[in-house]
Design a protein around this ligand. Structure first.
Ligand SMILES: Cc1cc2nc3c(=O)[nH]c(=O)nc-3n(C[C@H](O)[C@H](O)[C@H](O)COP(=O)(O)OP(=O)(O)OC[C@H]3O[C@@H](n4cnc5c(N)ncnc54)[C@H](O)[C@@H]3O)c2cc1C
Ligand code: SF4
Length: 323
């Protein structure tokens, strides 16, 4: 599979990148490590005529820590974040989630920002052009129908980025820059439960930074279901974060990935944990309450019924890591 022809720009500042992207209109795309965009272009899922490379913008690769937490440039390599001493000490759940992404060579190419904005995935979409043509394409690209749920008015492709559920659990915030200025939103508000329009980021907005609040007693963990022990996208994942007061859970945030087009907060399980010690009984109840809202579709690896059944188990595993 070959890349289609495109014009490549390598700006050295955010302002320059924003100008090129906005001048190129809907024909333009940002690229960071390219580990998602370029395979998608080879499969003709995305066909930008202008590609704006971000790897020469030094300000996107800064990692700063201060009294209020840590600021991570969107262009930081995954391997850089995974191996940072402060991230490993204060946000071990995030370091672990990043270490679960694909392989070391890909983590040396892929970036934190690219992972946050990873395209949604589906068995009927992550195929080459000829394969997709043979089934007359689908709603996400070039077609009309959803092969997973033909009656569905929207695409149900799956949120598959490993670092997102734990970033939401840890209350991370995203900084978006555009030619109009900058805005900061919760990472939770960056996702939309729609397989095609899966992000609330505007097409010309550039993700510049991810901010993690200081831990303040919060501890996070991440668990991922995949076929192979080494590299595979998650087909069910759990990001969990807890803050304790004495022996009891004061606050909990539990987020499921890989079961819908956006990560899903498990609010009932969170409520069940509040004010209780994190013992086996509380863990089992929180796991059981997670199975109801988990409604995976039949469009990734493994049977969707089994992925639903595994939800309770994986929530329990993530909580036991924190117990
Ligand atoms: C074989 C293989 C296995 C993989 N396994 C996993 C896995 O297990 N888990 C997982 O989570 N991912 C996996 N990935 C996907 C990918 O490698 C990672 O998600 C990686 O973090 C993507 O980052 P990137 O910088 O390469 O993104 P890119 O490909 O450069 O960009 C991805 C998307 O984000 C946009 N974008 C990137 N940066 C910005 C920015 N700063 N502002 C605005 N838009 C931006 C791009 O326009 C594009 O739409 C895998 C990929 C491959 C090829
Ligand atoms: S969920 Fe449906 S529309 Fe979306 S990629 Fe899969 S088959 Fe296509």
């Amino acid at each position: 599979m070959r890349l289609p022809r495109f014009r490549y720009y390598a700006p050295r500042s955010v302002a320059e990148a924003l100008k090129i992207k906005s001048d190129s209109g809907p024909e333009g795309a940002f690229v960071a490590g390219g580990t998602d965009l370029y395979p998608n272009m080879k499969r003709r899922q995305q066909t930008p005529k202008v590609v704006v490379g971000l790897s020469r913008i030094a300000s996107l690769r800064k990692l700063r820590s201060g009294s209020d937490g840590v600021s991570l440039g969107a262009g930081l390599l995954l391997s850089r974040v995974e191996n940072d001493a402060r991230i490993r000490r204060d946000y071990p759940g995030l370091a672990h989630a990043i270490a679960e992404i694909s392989t070391p060579p890909l983590r040396n190419m892929g970036t934190l920002g690219g992972n946050l904005l990873l395209d949604t995935r589906c068995n009927y979409y992550d195929q080459n052009y000829e394969w997709r043509q043979a089934i007359d394409f689908c709603m996400k690209k070039d077609g009309e129908i959803c092969w997973v749920a033909p009656g569905s008015p929207k695409c149900l492709a799956v949120q598959s980025a490993d670092s997102v559920p734990i970033r939401i659990a840890l209350q991370a915030r995203a900084v978006l820059a555009s030619r109009e200025g900058e805005r900061e939103i919760a990472v939770e508000d960056l996702d939309r439960n729609d397989g095609i329009a899966y992000t609330t980021k505007g097409p010309d907005e550039l993700l510049t930074e991810v901010r993690l609040p200081k831990p303040d007693g919060w501890r996070g963990s991440y668990r991922k279901l995949r076929r192979r022990g080494s590299f595979d996208f998650p087909v069910l994942s759990v990001g969990a974060a807890l803050r304790r007061e004495g022996e009891s859970v004061a606050e909990a945030r539990l987020v499921l990935g890989g079961v819908a087009s956006a990560p899903l907060r498990l609010t009932r399980s969170e409520e069940l944990l509040r004010g209780r010690p994190l013992d086996e009984r509380a863990i089992a109840e929180a796991g059981e309450a997670a199975a109801g809202p988990s409604r995976p579709m039949d469009n990734t690896d493994f049977s969707f019924l089994w992925r639903k059944l595994m939800t309770a188990k994986f929530v329990e595993k993530a909580l036991r890591d924190l117990a």
